[in-house]
Ligand binder design. Structure first.
Ligand code: HEC
Length: 154
């Protein structure tokens, strides 16, 4: 009995670590992970810049804002209410997305609005302080949605 428990434990640790590489994801879950990862990579580049870890490069900010607007527009379609979408490929999406769909939609809309506003700000000004503020205002929408609709990191 004990050895079975130990074996299960080893198995679940293995599954957990695999789920974080996501190389095995397929279908709709892979599509949304790819979209999220693209935004994550671009956000990290800009955040490092604003934290002084790298040179300020406005093009990186333009790229991030464009990616937010593009993926924001497709976000709803990346979360269909199907079995594959709810449970496939070690998804980190919570069932709450579909159980509280109106609320999820609101978070998506807020993200789209802030992303469009960021895009406008980026086109209008070179004021680094203003750009920083607009950027972090937008990424608040990322963490706000993750906090509510994504499984907490274990
Ligand atoms: C409206 C909700 C929502 C918004 C807005 C949102 N995300 Fe996500 N994000 C999710 C959900 C849900 C998942 C889990 C997806 C899954 O595993 O099925 C996720 C997953 C991720 C992941 C992990 C991807 C992977 O391979 O597992 C990253 C990185 C990420 N998001 C970055 C971002 C960034 C950066 C932003 C903002 C620029 C953002 N997200 C905006 C809901 C959102």
């Amino acid at each position: 009995m004990k050895s079975i428990t130990a074996a299960l434990l080893v198995f679940s640790v293995f599954v957990f670590s695999v789920s974080h590489s996501h190389s095995d994801a397929t279908g709709i879950v892979k599509n949304r992970m790819d979209a999220m990862t693209d935004m994550g990579d671009k956000s990290k580049r800009v955040a490092d810049m604003f934290k002084g870890k790298s040179e300020f490069d406005k093009q990186a900010l333009t790229d991030a804002a464009d990616a937010f607007v593009r993926h924001g527009a497709e976000m709803i379609s990346l979360f269909p209410d199907t079995k594959e979408s709810r449970t496939g490929s070690d998804t980190e999406s919570l069932p709450r997305i579909w159980d509280e769909w109106d609320d999820f939609t609101k978070h998506t809309e807020e993200f789209v609005t802030r992303s469009e506003s960021l895009q406008t700000t980026v086109a209008r000004t070179d004021d680094v302080g203003e750009l920083r503020k607009a950027f972090f205002q937008t990424t608040k929408s990322c963490s706000g949605c993750h906090k509510r609709f994504r499984k907490p990191k274990g």
